[in-house]
Design a protein around this ligand. Structure first.
Ligand code: SF4
Length: 400
C-alpha cells in the first residue's frame, strides 16, 4: 500500500490527478497507514505550494433569515439556532471588519451574505465595498459569496474588482436532494460557471460528514474538477441544534485527514483550505493538516467562533510555514498578534478596549474579543463550537 501511495503522489507532483479508484483506496485506508499517507501526500503540497500558507478572512455581511433550506446551515429557513441575525453591514463597517483580518495576516477577504442570491442593488452595494476595500488596501484579494447569480451580476462584480467568487458544491450530485430541497446541484454549477466565465476565480468546495458515502465524497471531488475550482474549502459538518443534521457525528480526525489527502491527490495544484468545523473534527491533527492543505480561514466563521487567531498563527509558525503576501515572517506576525492580544486583555480588564485594526509595528492595539477562551476545542470530547458573538454584526472586536 505504501508503494501505491508513493506512486499516486509522484504522479500528483507532476500535476496528474489521482483517479477515482485510487482516491477511494486513500479514503478507505486504515488508521495504521495514515502517517505514511500524510507524509507521502505532503510532498504533493510542497511540490505545488512550497512552505506557504494562504490566510483568508471571512466577513459575514448579512447573517441569518435565509429562505433556502440547506440541511446543514444554521441560517436556513425556519432555523431556530440562536445565531446572529442582522441585515447588511454598512460600507464602513465592512471595510473595518475586513481590515482586522488583513492585520492578522490575511491576503484574501471573503465577503459573504446569506440568502438565495443578491438583487442588483445588493450587487451594487457589495461592489462599492470592494472598491473601497481595495483602494485602501492595495494587493488584497477579495472573494464574494452572495448566493446564486443572475444575468449580468458576475460581470458587475468582476468590474468592481472582485477576484474570486465562492459558491460551494458542498456534496455529490447524487446526495444533493438529501441536504436541500429549495435548489439543485445544477443550480450551484450554473453560478460557478457564471463566475468563471465573467473572469472571477472559482472558489468552490465541500462540506463532509453529512451522511455521504465514500463514493459520494469522490463524486463531489470530481464535481469540483469538472467546474475547475481554483480554491477548495473543505468544511466539516457542524451539526447545529435545530437543523435536520443535528446529532450527525460521522467524522473522526483520521477520516477527516484521509478526506483532505483524497482532495489533495485528486486536485494536486489547487488551493486546499481547511474551513469550518476543522477545530471540532480534525482536533489535534489540525497542525498536521496544514502539510496537506495550504490555506485556512483565520479566526471565526460565519456563525460560529473558531479557535483564536493566535492559535491559527501558532500552527503556521510551528509547521515552519510562511504566509502568502506577508511583509513580515510568520514568526514576526504571530509575535505581533500575541503582543496585541496581551495588550487587549489588559485593556479589556480596564474596559478600554481598542477597536481599531493593528498596523504592522503597532504594539498595543490588537483586540482579541470578549469571548476568547470560549471557542471550539476548549473542552469535551467533540465540542460544538460556540455561536459567534463578536466581530461583524456585534459591538465586540473580532477574532483576528
Ligand atoms: S443558501 Fe446559504 S445561507 Fe441560505 S440556507 Fe443555504 S447555505 Fe445557508
Amino acid at each position: 500500500m505504501f508503494n501505491k501511495f508513493t506512486e499516486i503522489a509522484e504522479r500528483a507532483c507532476q500535476g496528474h490527478a489521482a483517479t477515482a479508484d485510487e482516491a477511494l483506496v486513500v479514503l478507505q485506508s486504515s488508521d495504521d497507514q495514515l502517517l505514511d499517507l500524510v507524509a507521502t501526500t505532503s510532498k504533493v503540497r510542497r511540490q505545488h505550494f512550497g512552505n506557504l500558507v494562504k490566510i483568508n478572512y471571512l466577513v459575514n455581511l448579512k447573517s441569518g433569515l435565509c429562505p433556502e433550506d440547506c440541511g446543514y446551515c444554521s441560517q436556513r429557513l425556519g432555523s431556530e439556532t440562536d445565531v446572529l441575525k442582522y441585515p447588511w453591514l454598512s460600507q464602513a463597517d465592512a471595510q473595518r471588519q475586513a481590515e482586522f483580518g488583513l492585520s492578522g495576516g490575511a491576503s484574501r477577504v471573503c465577503l459573504v451574505a446569506s440568502g438565495r442570491g443578491p438583487s442588483n442593488r445588493d450587487v451594487g452595494k457589495v461592489s462599492n465595498m470592494v472598491t473601497s476595500i481595495k483602494s485602501s488596501n492595495p494587493g488584497v484579494e477579495v472573494c464574494a459569496c452572495l448566493g446564486f447569480l443572475k444575468d449580468g451580476q458576475a460581470e458587475t462584480l468582476k468590474a468592481s474588482g472582485v477576484d474570486a467568487y465562492n459558491h460551494n458544491l458542498n456534496t455529490a450530485e447524487s446526495h444533493y436532494p438529501e441536504i436541500c430541497s429549495t435548489h439543485t446541484f445544477d443550480d450551484r454549477v450554473d453560478t460557478v460557471t457564471r463566475a468563471r466565465e465573467a473572469g472571477m476565480s472559482p472558489c468552490s468546495g465541500l462540506i463532509v460528514g453529512m451522511g455521504e458515502t465514500d463514493e459520494q465524497v469522490i463524486e463531489a471531488i470530481q464535481g469540483l474538477q469538472a467546474i475547475d475550482s481554483d480554491s477548495i474549502p473543505v468544511n466539516f459538518l457542524i451539526p447545529f441544534e435545530d437543523t435536520p443534521l443535528a446529532g450527525t457525528y460521522e467524522l473522526s480526525p483520521q477520516k477527516s485527514m484521509r478526506i483532505l489527502c483524497a482532495v489533495r491527490l485528486m486536485c494536486p495544484d489547487r488551493e486546499l483550505r481547511i474551513a469550518g468545523g476543522r477545530e471540532m473534527h480534525l482536533r489535534s491533527w489540525q497542525p498536521l493538516s496544514l502539510h496537506i492543505a495550504n490555506s485556512l480561514f483565520l479566526g471565526d466563521y460565519l456563525t460560529v467562533e473558531g479557535q483564536t487567531a493566535e492559535a491559527d498563527l501558532d500552527m503556521v509558525v510551528d509547521g515552519g510555514f510562511e504566509i502568502v503576501g506577508a511583509d513580515e515572517s510568520a514568526v514576526e506576525l504571530r509575535d505581533r498578534v500575541r503582543a496585541h492580544r496581551r495588550a487587549h486583555q489588559q485593556a479589556f480588564e480596564s474596559e478600554t478596549v481598542p477597536d481599531t485594526p493593528p498596523e504592522p509595528g503597532d504594539t498595543l492595539t490588537l483586540p482579541c474579543g470578549k469571548s476568547a477562551g470560549s471557542s471550539a476545542g476548549s473542552g469535551g470530547a467533540v465540542p460544538i463550537p460556540s455561536i459567534r458573538r463578536r466581530g461583524a454584526g456585534t459591538d465586540q472586536v473580532p477574532n483576528a
